[in-house]
Design a protein. Structure first.
Lengths: 322, 144
């Protein structure tokens, strides 16, 4: 079983518009934007990974905090998609994240992310008890996404330590300080989220050289693999055995929705690792899942045949040994 | 159809040492009126329902009179509930009827009807809670 933790779940709302006016010609003018299509679905990085895995037939349990009417919608969507849900209920309302995608500018979406409800310390204690219980039945645990108000930045570090003590491999898919604090205790696989800041810990990751240096640091801390995005269609994998470059030969103009592609990547890697594939091949499948997801309007491509098809577009090159 | 195809994969539950006020809070926030009780291993050990809590808060002579209409107000029930608030679930939970992943729908429907249950937990071979089946889950399947 693959456990995923999403401490700050979201209802992801997407609007597709023909034109997105971002400035007003007249100060008194209001902007009315008519969406030609809209969708809403359960989201948050860990939840997206669970949805991907469940659709691939992998047993997965999603954990985190749910609240209010939005929480009920998130739960219902997860259950309908075959994900097992084990959440802590709190007062308030889960966040809603809005993405507006303009025709012709699909790879530059406009996003509005809410902060999410404050998590009381008592609810965090209940979560920890549930987490420890679920670790006994898990092979991998995915710690992913933003940290909600009230939860310390060191939470992924603590959850990683708990998982390692229970003999469960940790996949970390987050950004900024919560990521780096956890990297220091050696999770199995790290996929830094560098959307908001091209930094991993205190190291910039703008160039390939900087990416490799950051990945090597993660490996020195005990990580078995660190996969960092170089550009939209290129990632670098750093492991104790060496460095691989992945490149998806796909034109950006084919992309329709980039939100969720990174989560499909992590889901794809886990799907293949759980099947017993080699890490380098699993990452290749993950890249194909990300590309296939970016090429469809829904958040993720959940059709195995379409992902297999994209495998042909993903090139892997061994760069150097460590 | 088997239990695994009918069940909601929702593991919302409490533990034997969860306090009654926490159970009421969870029922209110989650909208669930029945909660499975699991041990530290996640194995099903009981069930607690809104009905159990209401019944425990009623005066002992309710069983004879079958009504609370003779009470001047709800103060007596409120007082009893406040006494219960910091007691553990283990004092109020009931033994639970459960089904296994491969049990057939006819068997499950029979249990729900015969035992007048609103929902029935589903366990795996080791007794871990893996889902629940509500009466409405069977009704909605049958009416399609």
């Amino acid at each position: 079983m693959i456990l995923t933790v999403t401490l700050n779940p979201t209802l992801d709302k997407f609007y597709w518009v023909d034109h997105l006016p971002l400035s007003l010609e007249r100060a008194e003018e209001e902007i009315l934007i008519r969406a030609r299509k809209s969708t809403a679905s359960a989201g948050g990085k860990g939840i997206n990974v669970s949805i991907f895995l469940a659709c691939m037939g992998v047993e997965t349990v999603a954990m985190g905090f749910l609240a209010g009417h939005t929480g009920q919608i998130i739960l219902r969507d997860l259950l309908e998609k075959g994900v097992t849900a084990n959440f802590v209920w709190i007062e308030g309302e889960n966040r809603t994240n809005v993405t507006i995608i303009e025709k012709g500018r699909e790879y530059h979406p406009v996003k509005i992310h809410e902060e999410g409800p404050r998590i009381p310390s008592h609810a965090q204690e209940i979560f920890l008890r549930k987490y420890r219980r679920m670790l006994k039945r898990a092979e991998y645990v995915v710690l992913a996404g933003a940290i909600p108000p009230g939860v310390p930045d060191t939470v992924y570090r603590e959850l990683t330590q708990e998982a390692k003590e229970a003999g469960v491999k940790v996949v970390l898919h987050a950004g900024r300080r919560p990521l780096w604090e956890a990297v220091k205790v050696g999770p199995y696989f790290v996929k830094p989220d560098v959307r908001e800041e091209l930094m991993v810990g205190d190291m910039p990751v703008r160039t390939e050289g900087e990416i490799i240096a950051a990945g090597k640091r993660a490996v020195e801390y005990g990580c078995q693999a660190c996969l960092i995005s170089h550009h939209v269609t290129g990632d670098v994998l750093i492991t104790p055995e060496g460095i691989w470059e992945y490149e998806a030969k796909v034109p950006l103009t084919k992309f329709k929705n980039l939100v969720g592609a990174d989560d499909a990547l992590v889901g794809g890697v886990l799907y293949r690792l759980a099947r017993g594939d080699k890490l380098t091949e699993a990452v290749r499948f993950g890249m194909a899942a990300a590309v296939a997801s970016a090429e469809v309007e829904p958040k993720m491509c959940l059709a195995p045949a379409a992902i297999e098809h994209e495998m042909r577009a993903v090139e892997v090159q061994f760069k150097e040994g460590l | 159809m088997k239990a695994r195809d009918l069940m909601r994969r929702d593991l919302t539950s409490v533990e034997p040492d969860t306090l009654i006020y926490e159970v009421v809070y969870l029922m209110e926030q989650s909208g669930l009126s029945t909660l499975p009780v699991v041990d530290e291993e996640g194995k099903l050990v009981g069930i607690i329902t809104e009905h159990d809590l209401i019944h425990a808060a009623l005066p002992e002579y309710f069983d004879m009179l079958h009504s609370i209409s003779f009470l001047p107000n709800l103060n007596q029930i409120q007082k009893r509930l406040k006494e219960m608030a910091f007691r553990p679930v283990s004092e109020y939970m009931k033994e639970v009827t459960s089904v296994h992943l491969d049990d057939e729908d006819l068997h499950i429907a029979d249990l729900l009807i015969r035992k007048r249950l609103k929902q029935i937990p589903v366990v795996d071979g080791e007794g871990h809670l893996v889902g629940v089946i509500r009466r409405i889950d069977i009704l909605s399947r049958l009416i399609r």
